[in-house]
Design a protein around this ligand. Structure first.
Ligand SMILES: [Zn+2]
Ligand SMILES: [Zn+2]
Ligand SMILES: [Zn+2]
Length: 140
């Protein structure tokens, strides 16, 4: 990893009040380079050189979620996928498009969706996520 990226990750951890550990830096690095949300399992595979413990990875991811550095994306397949919160606004994640034919998921970083309107009184939205299904350009 280049020095600028490392400094950026150190800053992010500090701001979130999290101690810098190799595990945390490694996971943030994987997420920073990911083109789509990853499961804890996929992250573990990318870190295989460091022989990570899956429970530790899971706990680290959850601590990132709590600090809002990382968002959980539900892609419709029963498993949480994790991604950096960099490309989301405070209340809304960018939409995800899952192809029903090949199963690939794409982050739609340039698409925007309006926030939900007409909620019943008393409900407070913390995060809106939109999941789109259909055909990707390759399958359409
Ligand atoms: Zn998000
Ligand atoms: Zn497809
Ligand atoms: Zn995404």
């Amino acid at each position: 990893m280049n020095i600028v990226a490392l400094q950026r990750i150190e800053k992010i951890l500090k701001k979130a009040g999290l101690r810098k550990t190799r595990q945390r830096v490694d996971i943030l690095k994987v997420l920073a380079n990911a083109k789509q949300p990853l499961t804890a399992e996929q992250i573990a595979r990318k870190l295989r050189r460091a022989k990570p413990n899956k429970v530790t990875i899971y706990r680290t991811l959850e601590s990132f979620v709590e600090a809002a550095l990382v968002h959980r994306a539900y892609l419709g397949d029963r498993t949480w996928h994790y991604e950096s919160g960099d490309h989301c606004t405070e209340l809304q994640c960018h939409p995800h498009f899952t192809c029903t034919k090949c199963g690939s998921t794409r982050c739609m970083l340039d698409s925007t969706v309006g926030m939900v309107k007409g909620l019943e009184q008393g409900f407070v939205v913390h995060r809106q996520q939109v999941r789109l299904e259909g055909l990707c350009p390759r399958c359409a």
